[in-house]
Design a protein around this ligand. Structure first.
Ligand code: PGA
Ligand code: ZN
Length: 402
């Protein structure tokens, strides 16, 4: 793969913030990739940019990209990305950090070009190696329908404290599941008398967590959906307490685990992400163990807890804290690291949910990562062009494989 030109630029994400896009020209064609950005980020994510900010990252990236031009890269499998990673490390050691968002976009654009160079789709390029060529299974969508917490502005001083109220269809095909989620999303707007949308196009409301769960449950019943929550507990945790603003009450660790367990039981919640703050491994374990007593299965999901970081994933899995985890490639900034996490999850039967970020771009590469690496779920917003483009990519692959 001969590199003719590499051109970084700034683009705006769905929240209107600047992010990095990288264009790459090889003899096979032109490729581009860009990075999404989180708002309720995990404390242990790699920094998105250089400590001096995004402009410094861009300056460094421009200098680095110049060095790549007129070079030849032999990338026959994902592991060959090491060639690029080594150059990045050497450059960073001398000039300073590029940041996780930048290395994510860089690795993504190289992988897109490498897949084309090998006459494959990106998901295929990954799948043939990671799943040894077996026909990939389509994931199921996890769709964000109603929002609270950090992603949503207050309405008359209130909002749900939980960040995301989710739908998980049981439909057999991904395309059918997306249609059902869209219908449920419209029906939820009516029942909720929603007041606008948040960062991920989820409906805004000033209801409490439980009032919102009542609405979610009513919609789920009509469309035969399972429901989920991203509590994002770290975003309202401080100094040992969970501060519930909507009802103006605080819970300590024991009360918090107890509350989440009660909610799971009462509403038959299938999916619970970050029910405890990001460093409370034993709290997660308590919830996971409690759900084993229920008559239905729940996924206890780590996001801020694990930050796609193998060291933290190992700790969570070996300690019995989770049975599922979020994979956000830009949390760790490297697809090679993602591959290690994926292998560990597979070995330990941990369910993988590939996830967008709240600030998204028009890049659909996440869909290829999800299918290629064998993720069981893809989590995105239900509506909005940056979310729909990823869902559409899965639908297209599903059609092709029929
Ligand atoms: P973020 O949050 O993309 O704003 O970090 C999404 C999530 O917590 O799942
Ligand atoms: Zn989350």
């Amino acid at each position: 793969m001969f590199i003719r030109e590499v051109t970084p630029s700034f683009i705006k994400n769905s929240r209107g913030e600047r992010t990095v896009q990288i264009g790459l020209v090889t003899y096979e064609g032109k490729f581009k990739a860009s990075a999404p950005s989180g708002k309720s980020k995990g404390k242990h994510e790699v920094p998105s940019y250089n400590s001096k900010g995004i402009d410094r990252s861009m300056k460094l990236l421009r200098a680095f990209c110049k060095r790549l031009e007129n070079r030849n890269f032999m990338i026959r499998k994902i592991d060959d990305l090491k060639l690029l990673v080594k150059l990045v490390r050497r450059f960073e050691a001398r000039y300073g950090r590029l940041g996780g968002n930048v290395t994510y976009a860089l690795e993504s654009v190289f992988l897109k070009a490498a897949a084309a160079d090998n006459n494959k789709e990106l998901w295929e390029f990954i799948n043939d190696e990671v799943n040894k060529g077996s026909k990939p299974k389509m994931p199921r969508p996890v769709g964000n329908c109603i929002g609270g917490g950090l992603h949503s502005k207050l309405i008359k001083g209130r909002r749900p404290d939980f960040q995301e109220f989710l739908f998980i269809p049981r439909e057999k095909t991904f395309s059918r599941a997306v249609t059902v989620n869209l219908r449920a999303y419209e029906y939820a707007r009516k029942l909720l008398r929603a007041q606008g949308k948040n960062d991920e196009n989820a409906w805004r409301t000033n209801k409490t967590n439980e009032e919102t769960l009542d609405v979610l449950k009513a919609v789920a019943k009509k469309y035969k959906l399972r429901i989920g929550l991203d509590v994002a507990a770290s975003t309202f945790y401080g100094k040992g307490y969970y501060n519930y603003k909507n009802k103006n009450l605080i819970r300590d660790k024991v009360d918090q685990a107890d509350y989440i367990e009660r909610m799971i039981k009462k509403y038959r919640i299938f999916y619970v992400e970050d029910g405890m703050q990001e460093e409370d491994f034993s709290g997660f374990k308590e919830i996971l163990n409690a759900t084993k007593e229920n008559k239905f299965k729940s996924l206890i999901v780590g996001d801020d807890l694990t930050t796609t970081n193998l060291r933290l994933v190992r700790r969570a899995v070996n300690g019995g804290a989770i049975n599922a985890m979020i994979i956000k490639p830009n949390q760790i900034g490297s697809i090679l690291e993602v591959k290690n996490v994926v292998n560990f999850c597979k070995k330990n039967k941990i369910v993988m949910i590939f996830s967008h970020r709240s600030g998204e771009t028009m890049d659909d590469v996440l869909a290829d990562y999800c299918i290629g690496f064998g993720g069981q779920f893809l989590k995105t917003g239900i509506f909005g062009r940056e979310r729909l483009i990823k869902l559409k990519r899965i639908i297209d692959i599903e059609k092709k494989l029929k």
